[in-house]
Structures are given as C-alpha cells and as structure tokens.
Design a protein around this ligand. Structure first.
Ligand code: DNO
Length: 395
C-alpha cells in the first residue's frame, strides 16, 4: 500500500512539512488554479512537483504520484457542440502528467455538482466535528430554497412534509449557509461554483439527458482518452458520484457495481479503472464494500478509505464516522486490497479520505474534511490495520 495524502497546493493550510510528519509518502494533488477545460502546461506540472519534492534530499521524501482530479468540462458531459477541444485538452493534460512521471489519475463524471454535504460541522458525542449529508435538509433546499420545477416528483408526501418542517425551522442565515454548502461547492470540487440562478441554468442544460445519454457521453469521452492512457501507462480512476444516487433530477451513473459492470463491459481497456471511494460507495446499504474490493481487484487504481454511519430511519442520511468504526467493514476491505496487491504484484495508492475536525484544528481555518489531525488519526488507524494484517499473514 502506498500511503498518500491530498494536498491542495501552496494555499492549503496543511503544509507539506506537516504531511511529512504523518508518515505519508505520496502526494495527491492537482493544479487547482487552471480554469476547468484548459490543458495543464508541462512546465506548471513540473514546477508543482518541484515544490512537493523540495526537501527530498535531506528529509523523508514526498512525491506527487496521484492526480485528483483532472476536471471534466460540463460540455464533455453534455456532448455539447465544440466539446472536442475540451477532450483534446484533457488528453494533453494526461500526456503532460505522464511525461512528468505522474501516472495515476482520478476524475469524476458527476453532472453540475461534485461531492455534496448538507452540514460541515456536525458535532459528534466526543466534541469533534464530522461532515454530514442529511436527506431532509437536502430536500428542504431542493423544494423550498432552489424551488426546482419538478422537485415535487422526487419526494413522497411524507418526505415533503419533513423537509418543510426543517425549512421552517431554519433562520435566513442558516438557509444561506445551506445554499453555500450545497452549490458553492466543497474543497477539491471539479465543477464550477454557482449562484442560485446560475445553478438553475446549469441544471436546465441536462433536461434532456437521462442515464443512458450521460453514459454514452462518458463512453465517448473514454473511448478517446483510453488509447492515450494505455500508451503512456497511465491508470485512470473514476471516482463514484457522492452521494451515489440521482440528485436534483440529474442522472448519476457511477453509483453501484451494476454501473461498473456496464462501464467495463463497454470499455475493457486495462487503463480503465476506479477510485474505490469506500465512504461514497458505502453510503448505500446495497453496496457491499469488501465484496467490491475483491471483485474489482484489477480495476482499483486508487482507494479513499473512510467510513460512514447511516441514520437507521433514513438510510440516505449519513455522517462521516471514524475510519474504522462505521457501517463499513473497513478491516475486510483492507484485507482484500492487500490480497489484491499480492496476487497482482502491484501497489495500490490509498489515502485517508476526510477526517474529523478536532483538537487544535477546531480553531484553525482548514478545508472542510481536509484538516490535519483528523486525517492523521484516520491514516494512523488504517496503517495499524495494514500492519496487523500484513504481519499476521507472514506468520
Ligand atoms: C471529496 C473528494 C472529491 C473528489 C472528486 C474526484 O473529498 O472525494 O472532491 O476528489 O470528486 O474527482
């Protein structure tokens, strides 16, 4: 296993010096300042690498080995006129990264929104804070703040009544905050940030695109990209839609093993792989994560290890629990990933995905989900499991 850590670049409040102290060896990063759709110049990639590797001669080395993510322009997802130039730019970025030795590339194909939560500071019984997705708060936004035209079709009477109660109980400031959390986007998002009006327009562009239409656009994109990935020995790793179900009437197509079956049946290229985001897939009770870790051995190029605990009454609501104590059997997931590495003679990049906001970080400005101490706790726990399983396998 290669222990990696997401770093948002020089503006990330968590510095490379701190990351080095966690024991992680690999940096997951992107050129966040380049507008979505433009190619990343080779010199800028090289310069970013130089920053990451600055102290490698004298200290424990850090290397930029994984990209998360190259954004996919909305016009590609829509197959809008003129989108070919964005595909060309995506391929140029891939090739420039490969030339600089960066060969694992995470991306996603979520229309309009990237990962979505409704609460960034959900307090846990121990006083630390977690990220949370609350279905009623989400519905309150969709029905009563966004007032999406066809929103009512997506909720039962009971769900609408619950959402209305939640909406009524919120102050104006709380409504504004919920809006920002959902549409202004979370750290690392690969889509634009929107105002409410822009957001409505962005959704409207997808009016005539259903699951199969969006899938066709993903396949057409990959059919162009994969030959270049293969010849540059690049491994792609599509990130699942988070949370893994349709939202705002938008089709979401990377949510379940059934979705992955369609993807690999259509495009069997060995470069066509996944990010096993354990927390995302695990947000659905019907996704069996240890089984997926086993079944997709050859396809898992990157793994985000975190857990979620779903609400017993409303299975679409969840909070991000500690890495080992959640609804997901993380120990078995890790065991399968270790077995895959042995059997296939390869290493998998893993990272602690998100962490609780805790201790000194509570007073510090950090990116939601990407504070230092909580992620380090997650990494340390995961490292313990890896170590224990690996040692026991040898004796
Ligand atoms: C959230 C992340 C996502 C992810 C992108 C992948 O923490 O998992 O922002 O990086 O969706 O393209």
């Amino acid at each position: 296993m290669r222990e990696s850590w997401r770093w948002f670049g020089p503006n990330d409040p968590v510095s490379l010096a701190e990351i080095r102290q966690t024991g992680a060896t690999d940096i997951v990063s992107a050129l966040h300042d380049i507008p979505i759709g433009e190619a990343w110049p080779r010199e800028e990639i090289a310069a970013h690498k130089v920053v990451v590797e600055e102290h490698n001669e004298t200290m424990a080395p850090l290397n930029w080995t994984v990209v998360e993510s190259i954004p996919v322009h909305e016009d590609i997802k829509l197959a809008a006129p003129g989108h070919q130039k964005y595909i060309d730019n995506w391929i140029a970025t891939l090739e420039n990264l490969a030339t600089e030795g960066i060969k694992t590339i995470c991306y996603n194909f979520m229309p309009v929104i990237d990962w979505t939560r409704t609460d960034l500071k959900y307090q846990l019984p121990n006083g630390a804070y977690a990220l949370r997705f609350d279905q009623d708060r989400f519905a309150a936004f969709d029905l009563f703040i966004l007032q999406r035209d066809t929103a009512q079709d997506d909720y039962s009477q009971d769900e609408m009544a619950r959402a209305e109660r939640v909406f009524e109980a919120m102050s104006e400031e709380q409504r504004a905050e919920l809006t920002r959390t959902i549409i202004a986007g979370l750290p690392g998002r690969m889509t634009d940030a929107y105002s409410l009006e822009d957001f409505r327009e962005a959704l409207a562009r997808y009016k005539n695109i259903d699951h199969s239409g969006l899938r066709q656009n993903l396949f057409a994109f990959l059919a162009k990209v994969l030959p270049y990935a293969e010849s540059a020995s690049v491994k792609l790793a599509i990130h699942p839609d988070d949370p893994p179900w349709d939202m705002f009437g938008l089709p979401r197509i990377i949510c379940t093993p059934a979705d992955l079956e369609i993807l690999f049946h259509e495009l069997p290229s060995p470069a066509n792989g996944i990010t096993l985001c354990v927390g995302t897939y695990g947000s659905r009770p019907d996704n069996d994560l240890p089984q997926m870790a086993r079944d997709y051995a050859e396809r898992i190029n990157f793994a985000h290890l975190r857990g979620v605990t779903r609400d017993p009454q409303e299975q679409r609501s969840f909070y991000e629990a500690s890495h080992l104590d959640s609804d997901i059997d993380m120990v078995r997931v890790i065991r399968h990933l270790l077995d895959n590495e042995q059997e296939l003679n390869r290493e998998i990049f893993i990272r602690p995905d998100h962490g609780h906001l805790m201790m000194g970080d509570i007073e510090r400005t950090t990116n939601p989900g990407y504070s230092a101490i909580g992620r380090m706790k997650g990494l340390a726990e995961i490292r313990g499991v890896i170590k224990a399983i690996s040692e026991l396998a040898r004796t």
